[in-house]
Design a protein around this ligand. Structure first.
Ligand code: GLY
Length: 301
């Protein structure tokens, strides 16, 4: 049976400033276009989400790859993960440096190692062994982030929660459903500004940042990682899908859990096992774009 493909991407759930809205819309739209080219040609959901996330890692609008936040040591440490719903295979990397496309390394972990998650130096060693080229930290850094680092470094009262209420930008991710009825999800992030070196958020943690299971659905989280981790937001959203097969309702219920149980802030995008697309967020804005078949294309913020 041939299924109608579906794809949704997000560019983070934050208080996206009015002046950044157009860049977010354009970035999400470009990512959907890249992923859709794969799906329209009969490619896999896994290839589609990889292609979409690579585009967003290259776009300095987003907190992923180039354009990521600096940590407290003025270093860029990146997290990413990817999961396939047909066999629950997954790969992830955390706290890796000097990589333009951490999502490609996460995929290599999934397809080229016996592990699910590699971190820091070990992940970088694995990347070298597979011929992945490293860049310089300054290739990932944009002036906006250097200025943010300098402004936040001198502040004693800074708490990361305010980032999700008062500042622009966020994690990126894509969820896809291909014409064979298979699901995949992928996410990539520079984490949070001024994070401690070695801090790992939800994004590379399977079940928290990313989850895909052809028997329920595939979901991604974005937002304040320390809250998302504690409610395994992506898996929680997929569990709700098992109860009622309503993608928007499942996303909304997952965000209610995030808010009520841990006073968390963030968003969820997901696709159910029939190709139904849903999303929800409790931040002021979340940037997203979606496509379902030939007729439905939507960009939102
Ligand atoms: N959600 C991204 C992070 O907290 O690292």
């Amino acid at each position: 049976m041939i299924h109608t493909p579906a794809l949704i991407v997000h560019g983070g759930a934050w208080d996206i400033l009015d002046e950044a809205v157009e860049d977010h819309k354009r970035g999400c739209s470009n990512a959907v276009a890249a992923g859709w080219r794969v799906l329209a040609a009969g490619g896999s959901a896994l290839d589609a989400v990889t292609a979409a996330v690579v585009v967003m890692e290259d776009d300095p609008t987003f907190d992923a790859g180039r354009g990521s936040f600096l940590n407290a040591d003025a270093e860029v440490e990146l997290d990413a993960s990817i999961m396939r719903g047909s066999d629950l295979k997954a790969g992830a990397v955390a706290a890796v440096r000097r990589l333009r496309h951490p999502i490609q390394l996460a995929r290599l972990v999934m397809e080229g190692s016996e592990h699910v998650l590699l971190v820091g130096r070990g992940a970088e060693k694995f990347a070298s062994s597979r011929g992945i080229k490293f860049c310089r930290t300054r290739d990932l850094l944009v002036g906006r982030e250097l200025q943010r680092y300098q402004a936040l470094r001198s502040r004693k009262d800074f708490h990361v929660r305010e980032v999700f209420e008062k500042q622009p930008r966020g994690t990126v991710g894509a969820v896809a459903f291909d014409n064979s009825g298979s699901l995949a999800a992928a996410t990539s992030t520079g984490g949070t500004p001024q994070k401690m070196p070695g801090r790992v958020g939800d994004s590379p943690i399977i079940g928290a940042g990313t989850f895909a299971d052809n028997e329920s659905g595939a979901a991604l989280s974005t937002g304040w990682g320390e809250s998302i981790l504690r409610v395994l937001l992506a898996k929680t959203a997929c569990d709700f899908l098992k109860e009622h097969n309503d993608a928007n309702r499942a996303a909304k219920e997952a965000i209610q859990v995030l808010e009520k149980r841990v006073a968390g802030k963030g968003g969820v995008i997901l696709i159910d096992r029939f190709g139904g697309v849903g999303l929800a967020f409790n931040t002021p804005r979340m940037a997203y774009a979606l496509r379902q078949g030939e007729k439905i294309f939507k960009i939102g913020i």
